[in-house]
Ligand binder design. Structure first.
Ligand SMILES: Cc1cc2nc3c(=O)[nH]c(=O)nc-3n(C[C@H](O)[C@H](O)[C@H](O)COP(=O)(O)O)c2cc1C
Length: 235
């Protein structure tokens, strides 16, 4: 199995350690895990040129870095995105990465490989803010069309992994075991969630009737999605 893990920070703190615990429970040495650390692997802010939306994502000034991550994600069966909570949200560098993938939201030009993928979103906070932080990421994953998304948010009462109490680490280990079992059970199913399908059909209607952004309409037509083809159905 191919896995992509994207960390919203470069240091190996609580979020990273929990992500590693999940990866160990879920996968073996036979699996292929590609890891990206932010901002190292995508150090640029979106410039707002809008070329990805109005023309082609290959014209993005940061295409090289974005494309490396895009190609790895395309090959992956499972995505893991993990971020510490910074002022109730993802780290700036994680947000920056998600901004660069705005063009592949279902309303624009979704990548059809996403519909069969599973994803896990992880955040940790000293006290609070995991719900809004996980939502920052799940908003994008849902709008990318990711088939099934799991989340785990944990208050660690600490600023780094060394500061996390042993009892809390034990609880985390138990949680990881339980959620990992649910994730493993889901591997046989590949149909996307109802939410993803609703976004897809609403976008389809928009492209059919309103034809707002020509590159998007052209893309949808080319995929056959304005006809009978669906990205989650394979012959
Ligand atoms: C800039 C910054 C902002 C933070 N904002 C919050 C916050 O809004 N709520 C909270 O409970 N903890 C906050 N924290 C604490 C971290 O979320 C918490 O310590 C987290 O577990 C760190 O994960 P890490 O060890 O993976 O870096 C913040 C930390 C930093 C550095």
């Amino acid at each position: 199995m191919n896995i992509v893990a994207i960390y919203g920070a470069e240091h190996q703190g609580s979020t990273y350690h929990i992500a590693q615990a999940f990866l160990k429970k879920l996968f073996s040495a036979a699996d292929n895990i590609t890891e990206f650390y932010l901002p190292k692997d995508m150090p640029h802010f979106c410039r707002g040129c809008g070329l990805c939306f109005t023309k082609n994502e290959e014209l993005c000034p940061h295409y090289q870095e974005v494309n490396t991550i895009k190609e790895a994600m395309e090959k992956a069966d499972f995505l893991l995105l993990a971020s510490p909570v910074y002022v109730y949200h993802v780290t700036g560098q994680m947000k920056t990465l998600l901004d660069h993938f705005g063009y592949q939201w279902i309303v624009h030009r979704p990548n059809k490989t996403m519909f069969a993928k599973k994803a896990l979103v992880i955040s940790t906070a000293a006290g609070a803010g995991m719900k809004s932080t996980n939502k920052d990421i799940t908003d994008s994953l849902n709008f990318w069309g990711v088939g099934k998304i799991f989340t785990y948010g944990k208050v660690v009462n600490a600023i780094n992994w060394q500061g996390v109490s042993e009892s809390k680490k034990l609880k985390i280990e138990k949680d990881v075991g339980k959620i990992a079992a649910r994730i493993l059970n889901s591997f046989c199913r590949t149909t996307p969630s109802l939410k993803v399908k609703i976004i897809f059909y609403a976008s389809r209607l928009m492209h059919k009737k309103l034809k707002i952004n020509p590159p998007d309409v052209e893309y949808w037509e080319k995929q056959g999605w304005l006809g009978n083809v669906r990205p989650w159905k394979h012959d």
